[in-house]
Design a protein around this ligand. Structure first.
Ligand SMILES: Cc1ncc(COP(=O)(O)O)c(C=O)c1O
Length: 284
């Protein structure tokens, strides 16, 4: 229906209904995932573009704190940033970093244990030049990094913490599974897919950024024909300009399933995954 309806979810005046449903869906996502209510929620094509958006905001935020004007001076003589990430980082993070102009020599790759969790004793020192990328849900094992110890350490040093939670962040929506991602709420940004566990049609990723001014500074656009009083319109917060009203599907899925329905969905998937891991013989 969203495709046939063909709303342009650029800003409130281009589609008031898409704008309203997007804002409502965004609030619901924050509630479901139990993330800071002040964060901005943006609907993008997938987790890959959520990484691009969040990491662009991260860079902007760290530079701004140093008084470096990236929009004016560009990257050529910018202070060096270091990205700390795990050797099991999802390839989409590496793509996002490449798109943003981070080179391999700026990556500090940390070894993992057999479950793909970052080995904490191998983590380098953090600073206010660091972006730390953690993972909620490893594609091979489903495991998550130790957010409750790593995030406070990085934040104390002035680093930005981004979390790839493409599917794993949905564990937050289940009281039985949320301990798996304990402490993840202290990060600065999160990327998660609605087209994974929430099962909306492709394409639908969600970018969540605590420091929304930093995101806006990177993404904002201005011209007489798209003037608006609302600072937080999609065109000023996300990479796309014209875009499909993909949040309508998130709104519809959450309306239909409700908090309990989503909880059941997640717990059932976890149960099946556990049964599969224990051997298909147990699967009746
Ligand atoms: C952990 C993880 N991160 C990122 C991605 C990329 O997500 P998308 O294809 O929505 O960009 C995936 C997709 O499988 C994933 O499993």
């Amino acid at each position: 229906m969203t495709s046939a309806w063909d709303q342009i979810a650029l800003m409130e005046s281009s589609s008031p209904v898409a704008d309203q449903l997007e804002k409502t869906a965004g609030l619901w996502v924050l509630e479901l995932l139990n993330l800071p209510p002040e964060a901005f929620v943006g609907f993008v094509t997938g987790t890959t573009m959520a990484h691009v958006s969040a990491l662009a905001a991260a860079r902007q935020y760290l530079y701004q704190k140093k008084g470096y004007d990236l929009a004016e001076h560009g990257l050529q003589n910018a202070p060096q940033l270091k990205v700390v990430l795990s050797e099991e980082v999802h390839i989409s993070v590496l793509k996002a970093l490449r798109l943003l102009g981070f080179g391999r020599s700026q990556l500090n790759i940390v070894p993992c244990d057999s479950q793909g969790q970052i080995i904490e004793s191998a983590v380098p020192e953090f600073s206010d030049n660091t972006i730390l990328v953690l993972q909620a849900g490893n594609v091979n094992s489903g495991s998550s990094d130790n957010f409750h110890t790593l995030i406070p350490q990085a934040k104390r040093a002035g680093s930005w913490v981004h979390v790839d939670g493409a599917f794993g962040l949905w564990a937050r929506a289940s009281s039985a599974q949320s301990a798996l991602v304990k402490g993840v709420e202290e990060a600065d940004s999160w990327a998660v897919d609605a087209h994974k566990w929430l099962n909306t049609p492709y394409d639908c990723g969600i970018c969540i950024v605590r420091h929304k001014h930093a995101l806006r500074e990177v993404m904002t656009t201005s011209a007489a024909y798209v003037e608006t009083q609302d600072m937080w319109q999609a065109k000023d917060m996300l990479p796309e300009f014209a875009r499909r009203a993909r949040a309508v599907e998130v709104w519809a899925a959450i309306s239909e399933l409700g908090v309990q329905g989503i909880q059941v969905l997640i717990e059932r998937c976890c149960l099946y995954a556990k049964m599969l891991a224990e051997g298909l013989n147990n699967f009746s």
